[in-house]
Design a protein around this ligand. Structure first.
Ligand SMILES: [Zn+2]
Length: 478
């Protein structure tokens, strides 16, 4: 090796090392009674005061969730390992660490997950602790230091000594016992991942273009092979629809739970490379499962897998960069949920024989149209963008808002798909437009503006769909 080449290698290594890395550690023992211990080490001590921030919502949650209320015992330490003062900010999910003139090197706190599950009534929003299982949503346990959200993260998880420990950012089967290490590109990637552990966690891999890991905790009867096959089919078809391979493994975190009184188990939640499916045991796949239930499960998987592209890799303003402290107002939830839903329907239909595909699409569209027909007058009169802003907080809390948002978006997508096929003599369709949008978003790393959609779609397909977008976006009756 020449001298200059050696120097280049040295400089590269130095640059990589120089990149600030946050050290996150999460520890849990069965003696902790459902309380997680978290430690965040800064890349280097920083001048105080700093702010520790806990999320109050998460991408795709469209709701205020007070995760800060489960954080306890926040402590911060100087570079000399001396405690510095910690003050809870009077409003918002923040703690102020240290005083002017001091340095802060690390912060520690605990999270009461048992209380979290008790107080958050939507199953998909809460982490879970059972005697032989723990399922943690990143954003429900990990806070960040204000201003350091983009720093790289080294994560270390320590579970009970003989428990397998699994992280969706470094999915490995068999899962290592007691401890796992992983790295995340930034806080978003850590927050949008899950940590699963315990002897009752079943892990099974189903190979394919994107490997599928079924990570299942079940409190009832469950046919893991059947469930995995459905998820495998959904992932294959969605991946074929978008055409690229943006990640190598997708994890289905499936929790089949004996319902707690007053809790609901109706929603699933997408993440960057995984999905959380916290359902009641009656939704488990068994030999008695009807064809109708199987189709529902297939559609639910495909929908949340499609979210790994839309909106995770193609999004409107407000989705990324993300506002963690309060639900951001988003004007394009009809795109996230409607186009995402339509893409999943089209992807699934593509893999079916012609007649089956027609019937399947018909059933889906009848359902979408019935949502619009059954909507109360005041929702029917809401312009699309206003509906989306309401959905920014109320998507699931008042599911009339959520359903009308996705139904309008999906029916708009269907119309764009039809016109594109017709005018291009079946040479192009909506998938070409969506693939172009994903590509552009990833290349430019910025959200699209609504008015950019029609020109971008036309560039990709040669078909002008501006009128369709304008019509759906216009206040009804205008
Ligand atoms: Zn969705």
């Amino acid at each position: 090796m020449k001298k200059w080449a050696l120097l280049a290698v040295f400089l590269c290594a130095w640059a990589a090392n120089a990149q600030p890395v946050m050290q996150y550690r999460l520890a849990y023992t069965t003696a902790d009674a459902g309380v997680m211990q978290v430690r965040i080490g800064l890349p280097a001590p920083r001048p105080a005061p700093l702010a520790l921030v806990m999320p109050r919502n998460y991408p795709g949650g469209y709701e205020l969730v007070l995760y800060d209320s489960f954080v306890e015992d926040v402590r911060a330490f100087s570079d000399q390992d001396k405690p510095v003062a910690v003050k809870r900010a009077p409003d918002g999910p923040r703690w102020l660490l240290g005083a002017t003139g001091e340095q802060v090197a690390r912060v520690e706190y605990s999270v009461d997950v048992v209380r979290m599950e008790k107080e958050l009534l939507s199953a998909e929003e809460a982490s879970k602790v059972r005697p032989r299982y723990v399922g943690l949503l990143g954003y429900s346990v990990f806070a960040y230091i204000d201003g350091l959200e983009e720093a790289k993260i080294a994560l270390r998880v320590e579970g009970p000594p003989d428990w397998p420990v699994f992280s969706t950012i470094a999915p490995a089967i068999p899962a290592p016992l007691h401890t796992v290490s992983a790295s995340a590109a930034n806080y978003y990637a850590l927050a949008d991942s899950e940590i699963l552990m315990g002897p009752d966690l079943q892990l099974r891999q189903f190979d394919g273009t994107i490997a599928l890991v079924m990570a299942v905790y079940s409190e009832g009867e469950e046919d893991l092979a059947m469930e995995g096959q459905l998820a495998r089919t959904a992932l294959d078809r969605v991946q074929r629809y978008f055409g690229d391979v943006p990640f190598s493994t997708y994890t289905v975190q499936l929790e089949l739970l004996k319902p707690l009184p007053g809790h609901d188990y109706d929603f699933s939640q997408e993440h960057l490379t995984s999905g959380t499916f916290s359902l009641s045991t009656e939704r488990a796949m068994t030999t008695r499962t009807t064809q109708q239930q199987r189709e529902m499960t297939l559609v639910n998987y495909a929908h949340h897998m499609a979210h790994s592209w839309i909106p995770k890799r193609a999004y409107g303003e407000g989705y990324i960069p993300f506002l963690w402290e309060m639900p951001p107002i988003i004007d394009t939830i009809w795109f996230n949920e409607g186009f995402g839903r339509y893409a999943a329907i089209a992807a699934l239909a593509d893999g079916m024989p012609a007649q089956e595909a027609r019937d399947f699409r018909q059933r889906q569209f009848d359902f979408l149209r019935s949502i619009l027909d059954d909507a109360p007058g005041f929702i029917r009169l809401m312009p699309m963008v206003v509906l989306s802003r309401e959905a920014s907080f109320l998507y699931a809390k008042d599911f009339r808002i959520g359903m009308n948002t996705f139904a309008r978006g999906a029916l708009m997508a269907a119309e764009i798909d039809d016109r594109t096929r017709r005018q291009s003599q079946d040479k192009k369709d909506l998938r070409d437009a969506l693939r172009a949008l994903v590509l552009r978003t990833q290349k430019e790393q910025r959200p699209f503006k609504i008015e950019e959609l029609a020109p971008l779609f036309q560039q990709a397909t040669g078909v002008d769909v501006a009128e369709i977008l304008q019509r759906w976006l216009r206040p009804p009756g205008h």
